[in-house]
Design a protein around this ligand. Structure first.
Ligand code: CTP
Length: 415
């Protein structure tokens, strides 16, 4: 299922060099299943042609309120009524000032004013030079637009087309897409702080070698993304993986199990939900050599002795037992464990749930999930077990987040 299937987006372009990113954004929206109606201001047409946007959206582009194609001559009404959202990207400083004052001297500002505000949200992705962005007039306008119920996306930071460096770039197309998908997601974890561990750990033997496992981190990263989409503040403690950080998720990179425990302990106070997805190495070499272990020519192999790593999930669950509880009451912490097994999933997962002292344990078959983009889950709690059939890890993560919200917050407390 595509993330924007069935959604109709009016994509508005205003004058700015970031119009080139709007082409890719349009393509991404269509790829995710949305229908896209492009509306451009005259200034936008100086930066990118309507022909490009028509080809990408597969629909004629509108620019004028006097467009003769509309039989009733009211494109501002016709185009705004069936939209699931109006997304202005790029939104220039001038266009935001116009929105603020309710001015309506071109089709795009006119249809923003004419939209049924209760059912058609307005989302803007600002794009401008850093001085224009920092100007008190722009900042005042942003604050007032937010107060008026407009969703103002963040700006990016970095090198600008003018050669200056600072805040004000438009977000990249993939970032806007992620924000839009999150915008449409029910906020079942609003106000919650979710801490997720993901990926493998790496236990050093010497400065150039170590032991690790085949965990890709994909499931944990998908859970972090799904939790953010559901409105939570998310911190992701990641072992050594090269996956991109999900949008608007705080990431702490760690290597060893002990580093992971330290990072988790540093963030657990604020957390209300803890999801331990990481495939933590159970053992580490008893000593890590300071220098590379060299062959000495004798043919003898080094002796490796192992000691057990701390169990992060059990440590957290046990240390909090009785102090913060497991449910979503203020100050409470809801802990979720994973179990990677090779066989007898239900019995191993049930035993592990009790051993770790957590209310919910998610079982999966290790060899069938490591490195894959899809998986199947078995959710085990005190009531029994629920099978979640094979699907992409993102789909599974979204279902898991809904299950966690239900258990942690209860139906009455969901927002
Ligand atoms: N876990 C952890 N710290 C460890 C080991 C595991 O936090 N040192 C967490 C994992 O993140 C997962 C759960 O405990 O949520 C179960 O991990 P798993 O490797 O399946 O189980 P183990 O406890 O290692 O038990 P075993 O290897 O005997 O199956």
């Amino acid at each position: 299922m595509k993330d924007l299937a069935g959604k109709h987006i009016v994509l508005g372009l205003t004058g700015g060099i970031a119009c080139f990113k709007a082409a890719e954004l349009c393509r991404s929206l269509v790829k995710e299943g949305a229908t896209v109606q492009v509306v451009m201001t005259e200034a936008a047409e100086h930066f990118i042609t309507p022909v490009t946007m028509q080809a990408l959206s597969n629909r004629p582009v509108y620019g004028s309120q006097w467009d003769p194609r509309e039989p009733n001559s009211m494109p501002h009404i016709n185009l705004s009524r069936d939209a699931d959202a109006i997304l202005i990207a790029p939104a220039s400083a001038d266009f935001m000032a116009k929105l603020l004052h309710g001015r309506a001297d071109d089709l795009l500002s006119l249809l923003c004013l004419a939209r049924p505000a209760a059912s058609v949200p307005l989302i803007v992705a600002p794009a401008m030079n850093r001085e224009m962005w920092a100007h008190p007039a722009t900042q005042r306008n942003v604050a007032q637009l937010k107060a008026d119920g407009v969703e103002v996306l963040e700006v990016g930071q970095g090198e600008q087309a003018c050669g200056e460096t600072g805040d004000g770039r438009m977000l990249e197309a993939d970032e806007i897409l992620a924000d839009l998908i999150a915008f449409f997601t029910p906020k079942v974890l609003a106000g919650q702080h979710v801490l997720v561990t993901a990926g493998p750990t790496y236990e050093a033997i010497d400065p150039v070698r170590g032991i690790t496992n085949l965990s890709s981190g994909k499931m944990g990263f998908a859970i972090a993304r799904a939790a953010r989409e559901a409105g939570a503040d998310v911190t992701l403690v990641a072992g050594p993986v090269s996956l991109p950080t999900p949008r608007a998720v705080g990431r702490v990179n760690v290597k060893s199990a002990r580093d992971m425990l330290t990072a988790v302990q540093a963030h657990i106070e604020q957390a209300t939900v803890f999801v331990a997805t990481a495939a933590v190495a159970d053992w580490r070499p008893a000593t890590a050599a300071d220098q590379k272990i060299k062959k000495d020519g004798s043919g003898d192999t080094p002796e490796l002795r192992f000691i057990e790593n701390p169990d992060i999930l059990a440590t957290v669950a046990q240390s909090l037992r009785g102090q913060r509880g497991f449910r979503g009451e203020p100050g409470g912490l809801f802990c979720v464990g994973f179990a990677a097994e090779s066989h007898d999933l239900l019995s191993h997962a049930s035993a592990k749930r009790t051993r770790k002292g957590v209310p919910l344990l998610v079982g999966n078959i290790g060899p069938a999930t490591f490195g894959q983009d899809d998986n199947a889950l078995l959710l085990v709690d005190a009531q029994g077990a629920i099978e979640v059939p094979r699907a992409s890890k993102l789909e599974l993560a979204r279902k898991l987040i809904a299950e966690i919200a239900q258990r942690a917050l209860g139906p009455g407390q969901k927002q």
